[in-house]
Every structure is written in structure tokens, then in C-alpha cells.
Design a protein around this ligand. Structure first.
Ligand SMILES: [Zn+2]
Length: 303
């Protein structure tokens, strides 16, 4: 079981030499996921040695340029480098229209299939599920439709206490039952209690990604107890009126959310280019929620 999150871009609005715009790479139990794809993302993938042909799923929060303008370039490079494997894109429906038009007008037929999954709903919804993980999308409050994402590991089976297998001569079908938290009754009426032969599963890992949005009062219900919450903190609280007018969040507000949600760690990003340092943002957030990190491009988080 593995979780590795790499920040590819941590700034807002326009890419600079210091900070790229929003993009993150997540390897969650070998599911290779790209979250947002601002301009320049493919160069960041190269810089941090991430094979973009291996990316299977792309989640786009919303269609402001700093969150998706790198995607056409990335898809184009995947095409030129011979990709044949389909790619899944989770995004607002307008993205397909933009890309279809662009491909049509430039006579490009991709060598691989794009499978679109439209984000177009008003409540939290499961958008992806397999045997190990599930992904939910939920609406945020921005100037245009925008979604946050919650990546969650499924509850694993209980672990078998191996020395008991020999001691009690436990057979494979019995092991499967015990690991699934079920007792086993044998023909001689002997009962194997799963609590005696197995250990509890480890807590499922979880990650929530929330950008761009104004402060949402009850968002803590959705991101409750996650291991890592990434949240935008475009401004410090002194610029609250600017944050409200542009549908963004202040560091103080993001930290308040993290505290209410009881998350393990808060990552802040999407900083306004007006800040040459994140010192004030970090200080403000930490006064509310101490386990806060202002991320930089290239930062990696492993669970
Ligand atoms: Zn935006």
C-alpha cells in the first residue's frame, strides 16, 4: 500500500520561474493520478522524473487557465511519443468541447482514447472506484463551477496471525473468512473467533484536494479526518475582502477548516504572486493549526 504526493506547481494565476501553477502527481496504491494541469506541467513532470505515459487518471478541478492550460500540451506530447493506452479525464463537461474543437480545427486525431467523466453535479459524488481506492468529487464555491477531490483507500481486510495458521491447522477458506471479520464454525462445532486469529486492518489513507474556493462553512464534514488536506490559501487574512471578491480563501480560513476537520496535516498552496515569501501565510495558518506546511514545487509527501 503506498501513497506518494508530489507538488508540481504551487502558485496562482501565472507560472513563474519560482512557482508553477497548480498541478500535483499522486501515486496512490499504484494508481497514477494527475490533479490539475496548469501551463508548464509537462516540464515539471520531466523535471521530477515522472513518466507521463504512465498517468492513467487526470482530475481537473475547474477551467480557469492556471488549472488546465497545460493539459492540451501534455496530451499532445503523449500522442507524439506514441501513447496508445486510453486516459481517463474527470473534468467539467466544457473541457471536452474545448478539446474537440481544438483537435478538429487542427486536424489532429489522437492515437489514444480520451475517456471523459463529467463533473456536473451539486453534491458530493463517487466518481471512481476499484478494489483498492475510491475517489469522490464535490462542488466548491468559485466564480465558475469548481470541484474538490477526496481520494480514499478502502478498508482493508484484517491481517492473519501467521503462527496461528499452523497451530490451529487453519485452512485457506477459513483464513479468508477470518480476514473478512467472520467467525468459522468447524464440523466438530469448534469455533474460530476472528478476533483471536487476526489483527485489525491499518487505517485507510486519505487525501483531499480543495482549490479554488471561497471559504465553505461545512466543508469540514467532507474532508473530516483525512491524513492530508491540500487547500488553497491565496491570500493572508488582511486581504479577506479581496479573497471574497475573487472567490478565494485566506490562510486563516484554510487553517480554521483544517482544525474543524481534524486533519493530520494541512498543505497550503495556490499563493498569490504578490507574495515573494510564504512566511506570513504560514505564520497566520499555524496560529490556528500548527501542522501546516506551505508547499513548494517538488515537495513530496509519503504516507
Ligand atoms: Zn480559479
Amino acid at each position: 500500500m503506498s501513497f506518494k504526493l508530489q507538488i508540481l506547481g504551487s502558485g496562482a494565476a501565472t507560472p513563474t520561474l519560482k512557482r508553477g501553477v497548480t498541478a500535483q502527481y499522486l501515486n496512490f496504491n499504484e494508481r497514477k493520478i494527475l490533479i490539475d494541469c496548469g501551463e508548464g506541467t509537462q516540464l515539471k513532470l520531466r523535471k521530477f522524473n515522472i513518466s507521463f505515459q504512465r498517468i492513467q487518471y487526470i482530475f481537473i478541478s475547474h477551467l480557469h487557465g492556471d488549472h488546465y492550460l497545460g493539459l492540451m500540451g501534455l496530451l499532445s506530447s503523449m500522442h507524439l511519443l506514441g501513447r496508445e493506452k486510453p486516459i481517463h479525464i474527470y473534468a467539467p463537461p466544457e473541457l471536452k468541447e474545448i478539446f474537440d474543437t481544438q483537435f478538429k480545427l487542427t486536424y489532429v486525431t489522437l492515437k489514444f482514447e480520451i475517456i471523459y467523466h463529467f463533473l456536473d453535479f451539486k453534491e458530493k459524488k463517487m466518481v471512481f472506484e476499484d478494489n483498492l481506492i475510491e475517489v469522490y468529487a464535490f462542488p466548491l464555491k468559485h466564480r465558475i463551477p469548481c470541484y474538490g477531490f477526496l481520494f480514499k483507500e478502502k478498508l482493508k481486510e484484517r491481517g492473519m496471525i501467521t503462527e496461528n495458521i499452523k497451530k490451529f491447522n487453519i485452512k485457506i477458506p477459513e483464513i479468508l473468512r477470518l480476514k473478512a471479520s467472520k467467525n468459522v464454525t468447524r464440523e466438530n462445532r469448534e469455533v474460530l473467533n476472528y478476533l483471536e486469529h487476526t489483527t485489525p486492518p491499518s487505517k485507510p489513507k486519505s487525501y483531499a484536494f480543495c482549490t479554488d474556493t471561497k471559504y465553505i462553512d461545512n466543508l469540514h464534514e467532507i474532508v473530516k479526518d483525512v491524513d492530508i488536506l491540500y487547500h488553497e490559501a491565496t491570500f493572508v487574512h488582511e486581504l479577506l475582502s479581496r479573497a471574497k471578491a475573487t472567490f478565494h480563501t485566506t490562510a486563516f480560513q484554510a487553517a480554521t477548516l483544517a482544525k474543524k476537520a481534524n486533519v493530520r496535516k494541512l498543505l497550503l498552496g495556490h499563493f498569490s504572486q504578490r507574495y515573494s515569501s510564504t512566511k506570513d501565510i504560514e505564520k497566520e495558518a499555524k496560529s490556528v493549526f500548527n501542522r501546516t506546511i506551505c508547499v513548494k514545487d517538488g515537495d513530496t509527501f509519503i504516507l
